[in-house]
Design a protein around this ligand. Structure first.
Ligand code: FEO
Ligand code: CA
Ligand code: CA
Ligand code: CA
Length: 604
């Protein structure tokens, strides 16, 4: 049983027992209800989901696949109506479609143009109105006037900022370099203070294709003018067969299309006709998320991880301040400064500006303009000497000038590559860094960093985990990924262990992690996923009474290390049929809504 904490926990709930089974669990006294599933119709005239007769046309009217970021925009003062803004990060074709099995990624034998277009329709995002009834339960407003699907198949977007229109952004379909169709691999995100939704484009490289392979079957980039940049960004990743059927994803024919992805996209959920905007000022990399906050003088600040091994943490600071003028705020993501973080051994975090002409960011070093700096942000951050991190995922700022950075893991870091901020070789379980910006100001050029927790099982010495000693066997975790700050400034951390979950014996879940006082570094389990899922979201409503969670890819993270639930799913043979438990239905990624039985604020 759990140790009795010596100080009062700020998270007032009875800890959930960790474990793995086919369904989800929440702490006693709470309800965790499935709200929105892949395929649920969101428009009045949308067809009901028919898993055996899928089409792109139907999918474009239904909730998409692999829900990741969830934001909530209240539509009334009471907060009982609002818009959910949900990213659909990627697709698992072996679980979506019958008779495919696990695709040989080099061949994609079964991926016809029809299936590829269903996948494309299942990517992107959804805006869905939700309402809370007098019984305290949330439901979907099917046909809500603002409901919207965004996809890489259909949704035209504007490019803006210093890289928009640059020759490297021009393609045969868009000679202007100012318009692009769709968004890819939208992982976490953020909501701005003026109510727009930020969708972060993460692993865009995986969607690009080439027919030119070398003798090892790897992409042959010889002859590509941007071969070095492509290699640095992993383009083409060839994770999906889209480039076989849509030539814009084939770099042999359209090498610049890949430069038009890897950005942060701003969507106005209040106007379903509005064109989403890709803001190049925020740099091009595998954007995990885009959580916003304000500097002391009211400018917008966004913390952003680049989720790949040895990549960097970034922060964006707008030039102007957030105002009551919503139209003026639209410029804040177009004009500002992007920084990359250097974590010094003495505990200083230095923010290095990615500004053309400053320091090494000059034409002699391959940066002829600010567009080059931003399109190749990773290379610019290399030149500046930013600190290569253990996969920076979400970062959650708090109003007091503090931010928490999730570093999920990095099995490839050698002992010779460790440093103060990434101290563990072959880090399988990750850690969380706290940054206290100088003067408590999120716009500061430097701050002080420290490690909040080193994740993994504290009972196994060689893991090297560090938690508050009162953390129970249920409370520790591995691989922090998404995070949220609630209205009371409490940090919540969601995990994505990938194939590592067999090493912990725990499914992914949500934890309350103490950041201050005598219990700093103490963690408590609140919710856990069905087998093979990772937990995304999380998002608290402003009143703290509702928590939205995104259960992503149920059943698909397999591992050889564990019996029972340790196999990855196919359509015909899923490890779980969550959440329907219908023998005709594969597992479905779904948004879950958590409320307190009898009402009231969560964990208070
Ligand atoms: Fe899409 Fe880094 O998680
Ligand atoms: Ca994910
Ligand atoms: Ca993530
Ligand atoms: Ca992850």
């Amino acid at each position: 049983s759990a140790a009795t904490p010596t100080a009062a926990s700020r998270y007032a709930f009875d800890e959930l027992a960790s474990g793995i089974d086919e369904t989800h669990h929440v702490a006693r006294g709470y309800d965790a209800d499935v709200l929105l599933r892949w395929g649920d119709p969101i428009f009045a005239d949308a067809p009901d989901f028919d898993v055996m007769n899928q089409s792109a046309e139907a999918q474009l009217q239904q909730f998409g696949y692999n829900n990741d970021y969830v934001g909530f925009l209240p539509l009334n003062a009471e907060g009982t109506r609002g818009l959910l803004c949900v990213n659909h990060e990627y697709t698992n074709e072996e679980v979506m479609f019958p008779n495919l099995g696990r695709q040989d990624k080099a061949e994609f034998a079964g991926m016809t143009r029809e299936l590829v277009e269903i996948e494309m329709a299942a990517h992107g995002g959804s805006v869905v109105e939700v309402a809370r009834g007098s019984d305290g339960k949330w439901s979907v407003v099917r046909g809500g006037a603002l409901n919207r699907r965004i996809s890489p198949l259909t949704t035209a977007m504007v490019l803006d900022g210093p890289a928009a229109g640059h020759p490297r952004m021009q393609t045969s379909a868009d000679p202007s370099g100012f318009e692009v169709i769709g968004t890819l691999n939208n992982c976490a995100g953020g909501m701005t203070p003026w109510g727009t939704w930020l969708m972060a484009e993460e692993n865009f490289h995986g969607y690009f294709w080439t027919d030119r392979l070398d003798f090892d079957g790897e992409p042959d980039l010889s002859g590509q003018p941007e071969a070095a940049q492509m290699a640095r960004y992993g383009v083409p990743g060839m994770w999906y067969a889209w480039g076989r059927h849509h030539s814009r994803f084939n770099i042999d024919e359209n090498p610049n299309e890949a430069n038009r992805f890897g950005w942060v996209v701003e969507v106005d959920p209040m106007d379903p006709q509005s064109k989403p905007v890709k803001h190049t000022a925020l740099g091009r990399f595998a954007h995990e998320g885009a959580e916003t906050t304000l500097s002391k003088d009211g400018r917008l600040v966004i913390y952003m991880g680049d989720d790949a091994r040895f990549e960097y943490l970034y922060k964006y600071v707008s030039r102007g301040a957030v105002s009551e003028d919503r139209a003026a705020n639209a410029q804040l993501l177009s004009d500002g400064t992007l920084y990359a973080a250097r974590f010094e051994a003495d505990g200083t975090c230095r923010w290095l500006p990615l500004v053309h002409g400053q320091g090494p960011l000059t034409a002699e070093n391959g940066f002829a303009s600010q567009a080059d700096v931003l399109i190749g942000a990773r290379l610019a951050a290399d030149a500046l000497g930013a600190t290569p991190m253990d996969r920076p995922e979400d970062a959650s700022p708090r109003g007091d000038g503090t931010a928490y950075v999730m570093l999920t893991n990095n099995s490839r870091r050698k002992a010779s590559q460790t440093d103060a901020a990434n101290p563990r070789p072959e880090s399988r379980f990750g850690h969380i860094i706290e940054i206290k910006e100088d003067g408590g100001d999120h716009a500061a050029a430097s701050g002080q960093w420290s490690i909040l927790v080193k994740c993994g099982d504290p009972g196994i010495a060689e893991v090297g985990a560090e938690w508050h000693p009162d953390t129970s066997k249920h409370g520790w975790f591995g691989s922090p990924d998404n995070s949220a700050m609630d209205a009371d400034g409490r940090l919540w951390v969601a995990t994505d262990q990938g194939s590592n979950w067999g090493r912990t014996g725990k499914s992914d879940g949500l934890y309350g992690v103490e950041t201050g006082g005598a219990l700093r570094g103490h963690s408590k389990l609140f919710f856990r996923c069905p087998a093979g899922a990772e937990l995304c979201g999380p998002y608290f409503t402003p009143d703290g009474e509702t928590l939205f969670l995104a259960v992503q890819h149920p059943g698909t993270d397999g591992t050889k290390d564990l019996q029972g639930f340790g196999r990855a799913s196919t359509f015909e043979d899923p490890a779980t049929r969550w959440p329907d438990f219908d023998p005709q239905m594969p597992p479905r990624p779904s948004v879950v809504v958590v409320t307190r039985q009898g009402g009231g604020k969560i964990a208070s």
